[in-house]
Design a protein around this ligand. Structure first.
Ligand code: NAD
Length: 507
């Protein structure tokens, strides 16, 4: 069985692992902070090394901001919001600029692909077909949204003219994780800008490079100075300062549930609105009536995509007991055959993990799973250690009980646990049994069952007969400990605007 691990997306095509995925390994220049339309070093002069996950070597450095730099970025964003043209610009004009961003993303595709791949360890073929393609589409989609930031009229039972208007919130603080730097920052920035806000973006420590490249692209497209500011540095220093800053009107956070809980409580004390996109641990249910070949493809895609560093991945396979041994047998061969290697080889499907800390966490969970009685069907070890990169073999573990830590907790690596079930009720109960609720999925050819089970799964999104079908038009977000608020879709505008009511007395 051949495996392509790309989620479906409007422009991803059917075969992202094709001959056109290739791009050279870049040697990025040292990068500065982007504040008020200017590139500047950190006030302290500090820098941080950026590591290539496929070699473990330093590829460049970025400025390591301190609170003083963050203050300057918030002040620039505040000025741009209060005095600049962005918030008051007709939506159609903002739309034109955002559309130009999409065009420039496509023009600079090779740069973006190479930068994101060397920073995160993503295979170039996937990066081109999924990450960069999606980001261009996000800007196009949000360019359309920018033209519809309006309100409604209401009829009241007394002589009046009453209407609502949607207004931007002001300065948005965007805090993003290491695993999808381009997509997860653009989902915030494009929507926030469409609504007329200004932004201070703090990318993850480990993967800051594409955020800085995007700042360059937005400036070239005509986004005015101060509308987007990018500040690189430690979450515990400048992320924390962004949460607490009185000049920041809203925080859009994507990251782990543990940090998100802290971020929400800090922002909550200030009554600052937040969007919380947090961890996940989705189940993929394979019913006895599934198309088995397609189901296995969805299962493998669901847990190896992005080397399992995918909040919406499907690391828990629930399979009908009548298929349990058959599915384990197929997975043993198919998963062992997934090409793991250099992200700059166009044939690679699974690259390295993004850092040693992520690799060590996966190793620890596999050790725990073995202790908990898990049977490793394939994988279960580091690979390509001679490269110095952070590679782990895609791993399948059977025979764990539902309360095993490797089943209940978010491993965030290329590890699949497999559990049998007997009835639909049992499958739904197992799927809903973790604290998370970001995504869920089922494989069945019975349409009635598909709708029935989709309705019973506690998750922000449910996929049927595939995995990771995503598009900028589809709202994205979690329930339970996976967070609240939605990105993507027209719903994203709700996250970046406030509603004002105006009531005029008519005499
Ligand atoms: P993380 O929580 O460690 O870090 C996320 C961001 O928060 C980083 O920019 C970090 O610097 C910052 N941060 C850290 N401490 C902070 C503090 N005290 N105050 C403010 N900011 C702080 O997450 P990670 O390891 O980068 O990413 C992996 C996690 O993100 C996983 O749990 C994954 O499921 C989740 N995730 C969720 C989604 C989603 O859409 N729901 C998407 C991607 C990743």
């Amino acid at each position: 069985m051949s495996v392509s691990a790309a989620p479906q997306n409007g422009s991803a095509g059917d075969d992202p692992v094709g001959p056109h995925g290739g791009v050279g390994r870049p040697e990025p220049e040292p990068r500065a902070l982007f504040i008020g339309g200017e590139w500047r070093g950190a006030a302290s002069g500090a820098t941080r090394e950026v590591i290539d996950p496929s070699t473990g070597q330093v590829v460049t450095t970025v400025a390591e901001a301190d609170v003083e730099d963050l203050d300057a970025a918030v002040a620039a964003a505040r000025r741009a919001f209060d005095e600049g043209p962005w918030a008051s610009m007709p939506g159609r004009e903002r739309a034109r600029i955002l559309h130009r961003v999409a065009d420039l993303i496509r023009r600079r595709e090779d740069d973006l692909v190479a930068t994101e791949s060397v920073d995160v360890g993503k295979p170039v073929s996937l990066c081109r077909a999924v990450d960069v393609a999606t980001v261009a589409e996000q800007y196009e989609y949000c360019s359309a949204l920018a033209q519809g930031v309006d309100g409604a009229t209401r009829r009241l039972p007394f002589p009046s003219h009453a209407y609502t208007v949607r207004e931007p919130l002001g300065v948005v603080g965007a805090i993003t994780p290491f695993n999808f730097p381009l997509i997860l920052s653009s989902s915030k920035i494009a929507a926030a800008l469409a609504a007329g806000n200004t932004v201070v973006h703090k990318p993850a420590e480990e993967t800051p490079l594409s955020a800085l490249l995007m700042a360059e692209i937005l400036a070239e497209a005509g986004v005015p100075d101060g509308v987007l500011n990018v500040v690189t540095g430690a979450g515990t220093v400048i992320g924390e300062a962004l949460l607490r800053h009185p000049g920041v009107d809203k925080v859009a956070f994507t990251g782990s549930t543990a940090v998100g809980r802290h971020a929400a409580s800090v922002a909550g004390r200030m009554l600052k609105p937040v969007t919380m996109e947090l961890g996940g641990n989705a189940a993929n249910i394979v019913f006895e009536d599934a198309d088995l070949e397609s189901a296995i493809g969805a299962v493998i895609k669901g847990f190896v995509f992005n080397t399992g560093q995918f909040c919406m991945g499907g690391p828990r396979l629930l399979v009908h007991r009548s298929l349990y041994d058959t599915v384990l047998g197929i997975l043993e061969g198919a998963v062992a055959g997934v090409p793991v290697g250099d992200p700059f080889d166009p044939a690679t499907v699974v690259g390295p993990m993004t850092g040693e800390r992520h690799l060590a966490k996966v190793e620890e969970y596999v050790r725990i799973a073995r202790e908990e009685g898990g049977r490793v069907i394939t994988g279960g070890a580091r690979v390509h250690e001679e490269t110095g990169g952070f590679y782990y073999a895609p791993t399948v573990i059977a025979d764990l009980s539902n309360d095993a830590r490797a089943v209940q907790e978010e491993i965030f690596g290329p590890v699949l646990t497999v559990q049998p079930f007997d009835t639909e009720d049992e499958a739904v109960a197992l799927a809903n049994s973790t604290p998370y609720g970001l995504a869920s999925g089922l494989q069945t050819q019975n349409l009635t069952r598909a709708h029935r089970v989709a309705g019973r799964l506690k998750a922000g999104i449910v996929w049927v007969n595939d995995w990771a079908m995503l598009d900028p038009a589809i709202p994205f977000g979690g329930v339970k400990q996976s967070g609240y608020g939605r990105e993507y879709g027209p719903e994203a505008l709700e996250a970046y605007t406030k509603v004002k009511s105006v009531v005029i007395k008519l005499t």
